[in-house]
Write a new protein. Structure first.
Length: 239
């Protein structure tokens, strides 16, 4: 348990979510039981704990320290819809994980066409259609957003509450192709909340990294279908 306490203290100083002592104790035990050699050094355990924590679902029971989870959740009542208060500020730091994101500065049909072209192994250079290398085909259209892009995200806190987040100012590490589903973000106290939407800007949010592999794979696989459905709905409304 002493090793677990050292790990918890070290992790809490890195701004990443603080895991529970039991979760850390189980991690230490599993690493120690794999070999008859001396226990792995603290630095190795710390790196493993950090990687596994950022790859985990924040809502997993027993994952986070109860005190940390209570103090770093979204304010009560901040949901995906139904918020009428014009503007407020987060009263404390909040840690969230990304469930979805979209570049809202580009039309959905434009994104659909790009994805379909890349699935065919094609891209464009001016008016010329070119064949893309296999590595780029595998990216499935996840081109990183430019400096003028604006991204809308669906995020979730450790209690399972979901909210929308929107770039107020460009955050370099947030983009389709850069941000993974399940990636963790720390929203600092004072972050603006406009009608229930978290407004993201570089000085107020810290992208911590991580990915929930199963979520990300499913999101990538279903992205084209979702964009087509949304684009068709947009067309029906405008018609």
């Amino acid at each position: 348990m002493e090793t677990a306490r050292h790990l918890q203290t070290s992790l809490s100083s890195q701004s990443i979510p603080t895991p529970s002592l039991q979760w850390l104790s189980d991690l230490v035990s599993s690493r120690s039981q794999r070999t008859t050699a001396p226990p792995p050094p603290l630095a190795s355990l710390l790196a493993t704990a950090r990687a596994r924590l950022l790859a985990a679902d924040l809502t997993t029971p027993g994952l986070l320290d109860a005190g940390y989870a209570s103090a770093h959740a979204l304010p009560e009542g901040l949901q995906l819809s139904g918020v009428t208060r014009r503007e407020s500020r987060l009263p404390h730091d909040v840690v969230v994980q990304v469930l979805d994101l979209e570049d809202v500065s580009r039309s959905r049909w434009e994104q659909v066409e790009e994805l379909e072209a890349i699935q065919r192994g094609e891209g464009t250079r001016g008016r010329e259609v070119i064949r893309l290398p296999e590595q780029r085909q595998q990216r499935q259209g996840q081109s990183a957003g430019g400096k003028n892009s604006t991204h809308k995200l669906v995020v979730q806190d450790c209690k399972g509450q979901k909210a929308y987040a929107l770039e107020l100012k460009r955050v370099d590490r947030i983009a389709v192709g850069k941000t993974s589903i399940g990636e963790k973000i720390l929203l600092k106290a004072g972050t603006t909340v406009a009608r229930g939407v978290l407004m993201l800007e570089p000085g107020q949010c810290v992208v911590l990294g991580g990915k929930v592999e199963a979520w990300h794979r499913a999101w990538v696989d279903g992205r084209l279908a979702r964009l087509k459905e949304a684009a068709a709905a947009d067309g029906a409304e405008s018609g």
